[in-house]
Design a protein around this ligand. Structure first.
Ligand SMILES: NC(=O)c1ccc[n+]([C@@H]2O[C@H](COP(=O)([O-])OP(=O)(O)OC[C@H]3O[C@@H](n4cnc5c(N)ncnc54)[C@H](OP(=O)(O)O)[C@@H]3O)[C@@H](O)[C@H]2O)c1
Length: 277
């Protein structure tokens, strides 16, 4: 699997990760009905080298984290990179630390990257950031970051920290949602941060896109693979598509390890810019 070196992590991570929203349930609601299938899909992804796994305490009310914990067992822990997130209603300093401890318990292992899921409401951002910092101090997490943050908020979050820095930003980014293309992404690159692109397939919509399928045919690739590959050209970007079956996992893994030609990349870029306009 292709990897990307992220200066702030001082290490490489898989160029494509595994999302887990919907795996193990929905919004604070666990679902155990497909556990075997979900764990199998995650394990298969890990085997194929999709070793960055994105989860959150909110997903399935913690059940997604339990399934990630099951899936990573048997893999070399150093080769897996687990991202989890604290929900914004747990944004007070002590709540963040408590949430991190609970996530670690459910995962059965430490968190590599711990994020505040959305900007906190009713709590000073600095208080939340100090909670994340404390989670690192206590060994629950190795790195911290923010999710759903614009540039100004990222800078504000960084200004709160004294011992660790924001190592990653996780925002929505896809061919159909280019808000961060000229702002947060170049910033992440300049600062050596990881940028996790969520909903990179627009919930599967881009996998059914005819234009992408026609460009992909030249490379023996599918529309989904082209949509993900387009994102890989941005240096700090690691897309985290969610797939709950082996077929989708394998297809997404095939989005890395090759590149669209400069000409095709630009053609796709312009075509979708027009869709947006
Ligand atoms: N930080 C945040 O606030 C935030 C918000 C949203 C998402 N996320 C993270 O980002 C991850 C990805 O985003 P997402 O789940 O919203 O959307 P997504 O990855 O764009 O799309 C997931 C959907 O696409 C389908 N799919 C996956 N691979 C496919 C393929 N090769 N061909 C056709 N369909 C395919 C999946 O189907 P199957 O399940 O049937 O395989 C699923 O229905 C989430 O799981 C979560 O970890 C974070």
């Amino acid at each position: 699997m292709e990897k990307k070196f992220i200066p702030k992590l001082g290490a490489e991570v898989a160029a494509i990760g595994l999302g887990t929203w919907g795996i193990g349930g929905g919004f604070w609601t666990p679902d155990h009905s497909r556990d075997e299938e979900w764990v199998d899909a995650l394990r298969y992804g890990l085997q194929l080298g999709l070793t960055l796994v994105d989860t959150a305490e909110m997903y399935g009310g913690g059940h997604a984290e339990e399934l990630v914990g099951m899936a990573v067992k048997g893999f070399n822990r150093d080769e897996v990179f687990i991202v989890s997130k604290v929900w914004q209603t747990h944004a007070a300093r002590d709540e963040v630390v408590k949430a991190a401890e609970a996530s670690v318990r459910r995962l059965g292992t430490y968190i590599d990257l711990y994020l505040i899921h959305w900007p906190p409401e009713g709590v000073e951002l600095c208080e939340t950031m100090r909670g994340l910092e404390e989670a690192v101090k206590r060994g629950y997490a190795r790195f911290i970051g923010v999710s759903n943050f614009g540039l100004q908020l990222v800078e504000e979050a960084r200004s709160c920290l004294s011992q660790v820095d924001v190592a990653a930003i996780e925002n929505k980014f896809s061919l159909l949602d280019r808000r961060d293309e000229g702002s947060v992404i170049p910033y992440a690159e300049r600062e050596g941060m990881l940028y996790l692109a969520y909903t990179p397939l627009e919930k599967g919509q881009l996998a059914r896109e005819q234009f992408l399928a026609s460009v992909g045919a030249k490379y023996g690739k599918t529309a989904a693979q082209v949509a993900l590959n387009w994102l890989l050209r941005f240096k700090p970007v690691v897309p985290i598509p969610k797939a709950s079956n082996r077929r989708h996992v394998e297809e997404n893994a095939g989005a890395a390890g090759w590149r669209l030609s400069e000409e095709d990349w630009r053609l796709i870029s312009e075509k979708f810019r027009k869709v947006l306009a």
